[in-house]
Design a protein around this ligand. Structure first.
Ligand SMILES: [Mn+2]
Length: 288
């Protein structure tokens, strides 16, 4: 691949790592896609999302704000291709190191299993953690093809850690997953049509969440007409303005971490990577 950026291995506008200012943000990439069941390639996500980040201005016209947040890009973790559970452990250790530096983690995937270790580290640190999970899928299967550690079981593992879940943009799930949601008290759902028709209700719900929030964004929450390069494209997704509204509402809350996963772009300029980079860029603009 050819890069036309000055330092494509770090997210645009990131600060030098030699002097860490606490209470800012630390980016890591997780180039892992070994449990992908359909469209592979999200191992390239961290590279293409960073490269796409250089397409934005420091002034964010949408929110009429400069990007002033301090953040560091620590590169990619050393994943173990073919071993999801061990890779989750490496992500957890790395996120704990970021937390020890006094930083909030931002994870660029990689398949969605990257979230398991990050949520574990944050659930251990924060009582009453809420995970706001934006995805076409619930990811609540107890096992997927007899595997407990998989891109399709992420939120079940998170739920076992005792977190509250808010699932946004859902439009594909199994009957077992729907039964599981009914059997629990702490999973709130806003399906894709709820978001399209009742954004005000979603914003009201988010505004009233109590306690720290981790945001997990599977790029397949975005409509595949806009973001087709994902592991499991699913029609009927969210539009950019809806994601902007949700991020703006979330940014007024206590956000302790973010991941943007499942970008399986395989070429420069791919819209899925550009939108993933925009989500991180918008988040960093909004939180300061
Ligand atoms: Mn998904």
């Amino acid at each position: 691949m050819l890069f036309n950026t000055y330092e494509p291995w770090k997210f645009a506008f990131s600060a030098e790592n030699d002097e860490i200012i606490t209470d800012s943000y630390g980016i890591i990439g997780v180039p892992f896609d070994s449990t992908t069941s359909y469209h592979s390639g999200s191992r390239l996500g961290p590279i293409v999302v960073r490269e796409a980040s250089f397409g934005f201005e420091k002034f964010n016209t949408i929110f009429n704000k400069n990007l002033t947040a301090t953040f560091y890009d620590f590169g990619d973790v050393n994943v173990i291709p073919g071993n999801c559970q061990k890779t989750c452990g490496i992500v957890e250790d790395t996120v704990n190191e970021i937390l020890d530096l006094g930083l909030k983690p931002i994870i660029i995937g990689g398949e969605h299993s990257a979230s398991i270790g990050a949520i574990k580290a944050l659930a251990d640190k924060h009582e009453k953690l809420t995970v706001v999970h934006m995805d076409a899928h619930r990811d609540l299967a107890f096992e997927f093809i007899e595997e407990k550690y998989s891109h399709a079981t992420v939120m079940r593992r998170a739920h076992e850690m005792g977190v509250n879940l808010v699932q946004i943009g859902i439009r594909s799930s199994s009957a077992d997953e729907e039964e599981f949601v009914k059997s629990t008290y702490n999973i709130q759902t806003f399906k894709n049509r709820d978001v399209h028709k009742h954004m005000d209700a979603l914003e009201y719900y988010i505004t009233n969440i109590d306690g720290p929030i981790y945001i997990s964004i599977d790029m397949d929450v975005v409509d595949p007409s806009l973001a087709p390069s994902v592991g499991n494209p699913t029609p009927g997704g969210l539009f950019i303005s809806e994601i902007e509204n949700i991020l703006e509402t979330l940014s007024r809350k206590n956000i302790v971490g973010l991941d943007v996963v499942e970008t399986a772009s395989d070429k420069l300029g791919d819209t899925t990577a550009v939108i993933a980079a925009k989500i991180i860029y918008d988040f960093l603009t909004l939180v300061e």
